[in-house]
Structures are given as C-alpha cells and as structure tokens.
Unconditional design. Structure first.
Length: 207
C-alpha cells in the first residue's frame, strides 16, 4: 500500500509518500504566507522526483485541523480533488492527533496551537495515547489550571506559548502518523471538511 500524507494546518507543508512502512519522499518546510501557492507544486514535484503520480497512491490521509483557517482549506482541497477525481480512498485526522502521536514523551502529552487572544487549540493524552481531554478551543488560563492537576506533562508545540517551560518542539513523525491512522475508516471526499473547533472571525462578528 502506498499512502499520501498532507498537512497544511499551519504555515508548514508536511507531506510524504509512504510505502511498506518506509518513507519514499517527505517535505517538512515552513512556507509562511506563500504556503497557498507552494503546496500543490511541491506535492507534484515530490511525485515527479520519485517517478510517481497521484494515480499511484492507494490512500490519502489529510489533516483537517484545527489550525490556520487558510492552511487547512489548502490541504483539504488538494486531498479532496485527488481523492474524488482519481477515486482514491481518503480519511482525515486532526492536527492534535498528529502532534500527539509524533511525541515519544513518557508523560501526559499536551499538543498545543496558539489560537490568539489568549486561547489555544489543545488536547490532553496520557503516555499510552488515551484521550484525557478531547481536542478543543479553550482559554489558555483554563487549560493551565487543568494541567496543574497533572503530575508530569509535556507541551508539544511550534508556537510561542507563554507560561510553560516543558515545551517539546513539534517535528511530525510522518511514518508513525501514517502507520497509526492508515486503517482509519475511509470517508466520502465531499464529507471531509475543515475542523476549526471555533467560528471564523467573520462568523463571530455576525453573532
């Protein structure tokens, strides 16, 4: 089986082609505001450099959020077009799950993304990856109070999160992510939508 992994939920492009428990090709690069114009050409180049096309993929795993509103849409759009047009099975995972499973910390794992205005996207997992706190959009103060009840935990993040010392930089272990979630149930491509965990600013302004 050959898998295509796509994560554009931040300013980074994390993508890879995985086959038989090995990474054939991989991109981990911060494109900043140019991600929207760079993502698809970089994925196409990754295929070309390995003499492959999207038709050679057996399943797509795409990160559906939370994270950057624009970034999430980019990755999902690319994945859905490939899946729908080429009839490739597809499934999705959350960015929180990807961050959690990539960490080898022998503590509680707390993936965390800065959601601005003193809010974060986060979840809490034990060292065996069992869910303690479902991924959510929450005040930094509230999750901080919850973490005070834990004896030992590791924050996983590439963002500047204030108030914590024990932060592990997020470096996705794409092979481990794919191996963990490759058997997740396939989804109709049209049913895969961004998981923002909060309203967009435009939606909030209408309330």
């Amino acid at each position: 089986m050959r898998y295509l992994y796509i994560d554009t939920s931040s300013s980074y492009l994390y993508t890879a082609i995985v086959e038989d428990n090995s990474i054939i090709a991989e991109i981990k690069k911060d494109y900043g505001q140019k991600l929207s114009e760079k993502a698809l050409p970089e994925i196409v180049s990754m295929f070309d450099e390995n003499s492959l096309t999207a038709k050679d993929i057996d399943k797509i795993i795409v990160v559906s959020g939370p994270g950057s509103f624009t970034g999430i849409r980019i990755g999902i759009t690319i994945a859905k077009v490939y899946a729908w047009s080429l009839k490739i099975p597809i499934t999705s995972i959350s960015s929180i799950e990807a961050m959690m499973i990539s960490s080898d910390a022998d503590t509680y794992k707390v993936p965390m993304l800065d959601a601005r205005r003193k809010y974060v996207y986060t979840g809490i997992y034990d060292k065996n990856n069992n869910v303690i706190h479902e991924p959510s959009y929450i005040k930094l103060e509230d999750i901080n109070n919850e973490l005070k009840e834990l004896d030992n935990y590791t924050i996983i993040s590439n963002d500047k999160i204030t108030g914590f010392d024990n932060i592990e930089k997020y470096d996705p272990n794409i092979l481990k992510i794919v191996e963990t979630y490759k058997d997740r149930k396939n989804i109709n491509p049209h049913a895969i939508n961004p998981e923002y965990l909060k309203l967009t600013e435009a939606e909030e302004s209408k309330l």
